[in-house]
Design a protein around this ligand. Structure first.
Ligand code: HAM
Length: 420
């Protein structure tokens, strides 16, 4: 036998048995985004590598280790599969001058690619829903984003998600802090693990992100970024928190929260859960007020967030909303020459009236076709034999409950199916 070709490690097939959960999620998300006036933007999955180097940062895990990068042999350009959506969204906004039309509330959704070590909740192709607000400077829009998330968790019926919040301040404040942190870490150099020793030289704030338990004591005693915050950032951060308090959204200020992408400043946050094991961050974001300028646009403040769809779906499955697979209204069985001739017309007539129909294909006797009708989960079987075909009627058989089979015309069948 020819050897089977399998999917790439860390890249999942989403099978039909899961489709209804994805569709519930997608429908809920679309309704939710419309409720806040966000408009969709779709960008290519391939971008110039430079875009991500300049935005996410050259010395970040994503750019250094996780990007799918290759040279386009036709023109020698270095390209990358997008590891996230913010950079592409900002590039498109600049390229098409969208900010000339005023501030923009945008969203996108789709696959992202990171060459990480696959495990439960961590994949090499995963999906994000991302939300970006460009051209807004105030704390009101930071709060809007967080409140949006809180509403979405309710609408999805997911529980046990906690909001962690921090402020990274301005780039000047971070530079001051960076110097203090480096001095501190240098004093404890002997106790740093290999990763942190490397980060100390390249991106010292990321040392705070270390998950190594042996590092936690040093991290806990490290200087705090909060002590270097400039007044503007402090006032902004206080305003975000008081808006959350007023709206009844609980949060935990985590002074060690630094995020793994370099474009952030000011408010940053992560929504985390302990119900999914090691990969517990389901959504994350914050302000990136200098990114538009960094990518070549006129300076414009901005903020946003993105959620990991696979992780949220895992929570949805543990949650309070029971999501049933969507079954057709009707399975149409037919046997006999005359019946076979009208079956398709009847199926189309029902669909025309918004009744969903699976038309039996592949022949077989009534008994085997009825078995398929039962297995389809349909509420009704519509049965057409040659007698029905000649009389211009159909037999309608409820597949649940004890109601009797009736012979009716298409219009009557539609009324019965709708009323049921
Ligand atoms: P991020 O924290 O890198 O931020 O990713 C956002 C979310 O995507 C994570 O919280 C997680 O739920 C999900 N995620 C990330 N990597 C994986 C993976 N390998 N497998 C499964 N899920 C994953 C960003 O991407 C920013 N662009 C967010 C943002 C938007 N900030 C401002 N606007």
């Amino acid at each position: 036998m020819t050897e089977r070709i399998q999917a790439i490690r860390g890249m999942n097939d989403i099978l039909p048995d899961e489709a209804h959960v994805w569709e519930f999620f997608e429908d809920t998300v679309r309704r939710w985004l419309r409720a806040y006036g966000y408009r969709g933007i779709r960008t290519p999955v391939l971008e110039r590598t430079d875009l991500f180097v300049r935005s996410i940062g050259a010395v970040t895990d994503i750019v250094e280790k996780e990007m799918y990068t290759f040279v386009d042999e036709l023109n020698g350009e270095s390209l990358a599969l997008r590891p996230e959506g913010t950079a592409s969204c900002v590039r498109a906004v600049i390229e098409h001058n969208l900010l000339y039309g005023g501030p923009q509330r945008l969203w996108y959704w789709g696959p992202m690619f990171r060459h990480e070590r696959p495990q439960k909740g961590r994949y090499r192709q995963f999906h994000q829903v991302g939300v970006e607000a460009l051209g807004f400077a105030g704390p009101d829009v930071d709060a809007e984003h967080i409140l949006m998330c809180a509403r979405l968790w309710r609408e999805l019926g997911v529980e046990g998600i906690v909001l962690e919040l921090n402020s990274l301040g301005s780039s000047e404040a971070r530079a001051r802090y960076r110097a203090r942190l480096v001095a501190y870490l240098e004093q404890h150099q002997d106790a740093l693990d290999a990763d942190s020793t490397r980060r100390l030289r390249t991106n010292p704030l990321r040392v705070l992100d270390s998950k190594n338990s042996a590092m936690q004591e040093i991290i806990a005693a490290a200087p705090r970024l909060a002590d270097d915050l400039d007044d503007a950032a402090r006032i902004h951060f206080d305003a975000v928190q008081s808006k959350l308090r007023a709206a009844g959204v609980a949060c935990r200020v985590n002074p060690r929260l630094v995020r793994g992408l370099d474009y952030y400043n000011g408010t940053v946050y992560e929504w985390v859960t302990d119900r999914l094991g090691a990969q517990g961050t389901v959504c994350a974001g914050g302000r990136y007020d200098t990114l538009v300028e960094q990518i070549g646009g006129r300076p414009a403040p901005a903020c946003g967030f993105a959620m990991g769809v696979e992780r949220l779906l895992a929570l949805v499955k543990l949650g309070t909303v029971a999501i049933a697979p969507v079954a057709p209204d009707v399975y149409l069985v037919h046997q006999g020459e005359a019946a076979d001739r009208v079956a398709e017309t009847v199926a189309e007539a029902l669909r025309e009236r918004s009744v969903s129909v699976v038309l039996h294909c592949g022949g077989g006797n009534f008994t085997s076709q009825m078995r398929k009708a039962d297995a389809s989960g349909a509420r009704y079987a519509v049965i057409i034999g040659d007698d029905e075909a000649k009389a211009g009627v159909l037999s309608l058989k409820p597949l649940r409950g004890n109601a009797a089979q009736t012979q009716v015309r298409v219009e009557e069948a539609v009324a019965l199916i709708r009323d049921a």
